[in-house]
Write a protein that binds this ligand. Structure first.
Ligand code: NI
Length: 175
């Protein structure tokens, strides 16, 4: 599993606001996409990445919430992931996003979710996630529906973050 690093889109970009298409049959191309996404995520570094963040409008996410040096890596690649059940209990995390560099804000989400997805062999998997994993998987699945964590914030707070990212994006463009 040696993927190729792809470049990550920074907000605002119309591709980050699109509803992504389900993948059909699992192919080598899709497995390669998963490997590339993991490589891109680890390199960033980040704990999750969704395909639209590299400009691919397909329902694919990757994540690994084991931070470097804190345990054995647990890379996950999910095709067509969906939340099939969510707890009433909620939890709050200070979320960030590779498409909104250096910006963080508290978001409330269900504390526990059951997720179904196809693995790289096309087999249906189901697992219950809690803690940071639950937040991360919901954040990444949101990306597949064109939703960013800032969409949960009050307009003022969102505006502050968007302005900072626009400034950062201009600076990056200048090199
Ligand atoms: Ni994100």
């Amino acid at each position: 599993m040696a993927g190729m690093k792809r470049s990550i889109l920074i907000h605002p970009d119309p591709r980050l606001k699109k509803l992504c298409d389900p993948v059909a049959d699992l192919s080598d191309d899709l497995r390669t996409l998963g490997d590339d996404m993991l490589e891109t995520m680890y390199d960033a570094p980040g704990i999750g990445l969704a395909a639209p963040q590299i400009g691919i409008l397909s329902r694919v996410i990757v994540m690994d919430c084991i931070r470097e040096g804190e345990g054995t890596p647990n890379p996950m690649v999910m095709f067509n992931p969906r939340v099939v059940a969510a707890s009433e209990e909620t939890s709050v995390y200070d979320e960030g996003c590779l498409s909104l560099p250096e910006q963080y804000a508290e978001v409330t989400r269900p504390a526990e979710v059951d997720v179904e997805w196809l693995d790289r062999d096309g087999n249906l998997q189901q697992q219950t996630f809690d803690g940071l994993w639950a937040t991360c998987v919901q954040h990444e699945i949101d990306h597949l529906d064109g939703k960013l964590f800032i969409d949960y914030l009050k307009p003022m707070k969102r505006q502050v973050i968007v302005r900072k990212v626009q400034k950062l994006k201009r600076e990056m463009a200048r090199g």
